[in-house]
Design a protein around this ligand. Structure first.
Ligand code: GCW
Length: 687
């Protein structure tokens, strides 16, 4: 009987699932139940919390919820407590976060009593790589939300204000409280007075949701905008220029967050242009912002061709500067030592700078993970990084703990995510890419959450049936087993699948030069700097494969604290997921599975491809539970992902065969296209 009922209910659902474009994200409206929300006082933020609860309540009809702003020793920063219908926080923003959490808990069926929730990081910041002409660097969710070209580029419309408010609301719902609204490859123009006028407008739209504005700034701004002859950080004129600029900004935007700086990196100007150090540059800006409580997020993403191993350079440059930065400078470090690859070990800078605030930088936009075409849930990758043990202060000194203030005293703690959000109606392009935005926010709030939990929360909020009447609730069992469990499993497998079909076993940076999408392990034109070409990283030759980073090679392993150094030094102890990151090994090297390295590689690629093919089946089976628009959208993208996984496998393996001349294992699927064809085909991501 139950089964029949579930079936009927599913059929009912199918009939009523209206097309959705994804604009509502994880905040989809359901018919609300009656609720009585009381507040200890009146304010704009509390009114918003009240509105969210009243319009989104799905708990018991007639419940009462009290919102109380009152300090409590268990509540830190903008954290909150939820217990027996009361949300308590130190400040109003905490109440807003508590309201979103309560709604989520009701929806996901989690406890709503005895909840104490404090943020892992004080500053939870998106980095928009938005250019002032409206394009986005590696953005796949459409053009910039903030900037566009044309003579009206600085006039602000109501439609824009509404969109910014919706963006801020989505961020607030997951605890994100900051946004850097321009690209780290920054245009000096953003600091010009007309542009600051627009920044003021953007800040005003986001302020009610507690999302502060930050700007990425160009180090040469005093020359380009100020008309000075130099940008030398020790020059009194330059110092004064930044002080005046800070004063101008804070007069417009009193809660301005601060600056993000990419200096002396990939051709950007910086203090080294004047024979000064990162400390000179960062401290000069920090001093200018200090009177107003602003911070400087100074990126450690630096490398040049002078060292034989790019993976070592950030550490080499920054560790000697430890302890010299002002307390309102935070060094922003990418999760891995090279560059947002599908898999890297954690950056050795984490935990190594003991007297300086350090913040992780993750990449939400899928520059190296299939753009908005591949379904890849990045939470697994960030969880892996945050839980990696640096051993810097003994066992348990995870990346999470050495950056969130629990091991080292840091005046400011922060975390950044390079955003995947743009003007598309679905915000991020791929419907599942929104899960990565969501996951970043949730991990920034609680860096010990599991990806399993995050995937579940996101799926329930993003796809659960909107109906809430009793009969339809009996659909839950069918929905759980027919949709939630298989689709969650797919999400949780997706990052490993991408690693497998792109670059398994510690391989990295094997992308084609075109937009870092398809395979290009062969790409090495004579005049391109070597550290921008894949052979620099995979080092394939007739004998073997991989980058020797042990003592016999670049010795990058010496940047890791014991016992990790010894683990990575020893090929038998190195986890196989990092094998070719640390070692150059013969093609016939015996793997733990008993296979040779070559065979294992073949099977990994095969595994990645097969897993993605299975994703197509999982998604097709989920059809009854998804509206037609989102269903078809994901289905089409999965088709392309599967084709691309095939091309990755065929391209990379046939390329390696040109070195090793080895046959494919007997039971492995044969390629569908020749290497020659793949090399000559235009980049995969171009339709
Ligand atoms: O991964 C590289 C990207 C660049 C980016 C750079 C960075 C914004 O290919 O486009 O520039 O990293 O993080 O600064």
């Amino acid at each position: 009987m139950k089964i029949i009922l579930s079936f009927v209910v599913v059929l009912l659902c199918i009939g009523t699932l209206k097309a959705e474009n994804g604009y509502e994200l994880w905040l989809r409206k359901h018919p609300a139940k009656a609720v009585n929300v009381t507040t200890s006082k009146q304010s704009a933020v509390l009114d918003m919390a009240k509105k969210e609860l009243t319009e989104g309540w799905q708990g018991k009809a007639g419940s009462t919820i009290k919102l109380i702003v009152k300090a409590d020793k268990d509540i830190k920063g903008d954290g909150f407590k939820i217990n027996e219908g009361v949300i308590q926080a130190n400040n109003e923003l905490g109440i807003l976060y508590g309201a979103f959490e309560l709604l989520r808990r009701v929806q996901t069926g989690e406890t709503t009593d005895n909840v104490v929730s404090n943020p892992s990081y004080q500053r939870r910041v998106l980095n928009q790589w938005d250019n002032l002409n409206g394009s986005m660097e590696h953005g796949f969710g459409g053009n910039s939300l903030f900037w566009h070209k044309g003579k009206d580029s600085l006039t602000v419309t109501d439609a824009e204000r509404n969109r910014w408010r919706d963006y801020a609301r989505a961020n607030a719902s997951i605890g994100i409280n900051g946004s850097v609204i321009d690209n780290v490859n920054a245009s000096p123009m953003v600091l010009s007075t007309p542009y600051l006028g627009k920044v003021k407008e953007i800040a005003a739209s986001m302020r009610p949701y507690g999302v502060r504005i930050y700007l990425a700034v160009n180090f040469a701004s005093p020359i380009k905008v100020g008309g000075l002859k130099t940008a030398d950080p020790l020059d009194p004129g330059v110092i004064k220029w930044w002080q005046d600029k800070a004063k101008e900004i804070y007069a417009l935007i009193p809660d301005f967050g601060g600056f993000l700086v990419k200096a002396n990196s990939e051709g950007q100007p910086g203090p080294q242009d004047y024979k000064r150090t990162h400390v000179d540059g960062a401290n000069m800006m920090a001093d200018a912002l200090k009177p107003y409580g602003g911070i400087v997020m100074w990126r450690a993403f630096v490398y040049s061709t002078t060292d034989a191993d790019r993976a070592k350079q950030a550490y080499q440059e920054f560790v000697p500067l430890d302890g010299k930065f002002r307390d309102n400078v935070i060094i922003q470090v990418k999760n891995g030592p090279v560059d947002f690859q599908p898999r890297e070990p954690f950056s050795p800078l984490f935990g190594a700078m003991k007297k300086t605030s350090v913040m992780p930088e993750f990449q939400i936009t899928q520059e190296y993970l299939g753009h908005a075409i591949h379904l890849v849930f990045l939470s697994s990758m960030w969880e892996e990084c945050l839980k990696s043990d640096t051993y810097q202060e003994g066992e348990g000194s995870t990346v999470g703990k050495v950056t969130d203030g629990s091991i080292y005293p840091q005046k400011y703690t922060a975390i950044a995510g390079v955003a995947n959000v743009g003007l598309d109606s679905s915000w991020c392009g791929h419907p599942f890419a929104a899960a990565n935005w969501y996951a970043f926010g949730r991990l920034a709030w609680n860096n010990t959450l599991t990806s399993d939990q995050i995937a579940k929360e996101w799926l329930v909020q993003t796809f659960s049936p909107r109906e809430t009447n009793e009969t339809l609730l009996t659909a839950t069992t069918a929905w759980n087993s027919g949709f939630l469990l298989p689709v969650k499993k797919m999400m949780l497998q997706s990052r490993e699948a991408a690693v497998n079909y792109m670059m398994p076993l510690g391989l990295h940076h094997m992308f084609s030069a075109y937009e870092h999408y398809g395979p290009g392990p062969w790409y090495a034109p004579p005049r391109v700097r070597v550290d921008w070409t894949p052979p620099y990283y995979h080092k394939a030759d007739a004998k073997g494969l991989g980058f020797d980073r042990t003592k016999t090679g670049s010795d990058a392993i010496s940047q890791y604290k014991e016992p990790l150094q010894s683990v990575f030094a020893d090929v038998n102890k190195t986890p196989e997921i990092y094998l070719l990151w640390f070692h150059h090994l013969p093609w016939d090297y015996k793997m733990k599975s008993g296979r040779s390295l070559w065979e294992e590689l073949c099977y990994k690629y095969q595994d990645g491809l097969t897993t993605v093919r299975d994703f197509q089946k999982i998604w097709d089976n989920a059809k009854p539970y998804v509206d037609s628009q989102r269903f078809a959208d994901v289905q089409t993208r999965l088709m392309r992902q599967t084709r691309d996984a095939q091309i990755w496998k065929d391209g990379v393996l046939q390329y390696f065969q040109t070195f090793n001349n080895l046959p494919f294992p007997p039971d492995m699927e044969r390629p569908m296209t020749t290497l020659k064809y793949i090399e000559a085909t235009p980049p995969l991501n171009i339709k």
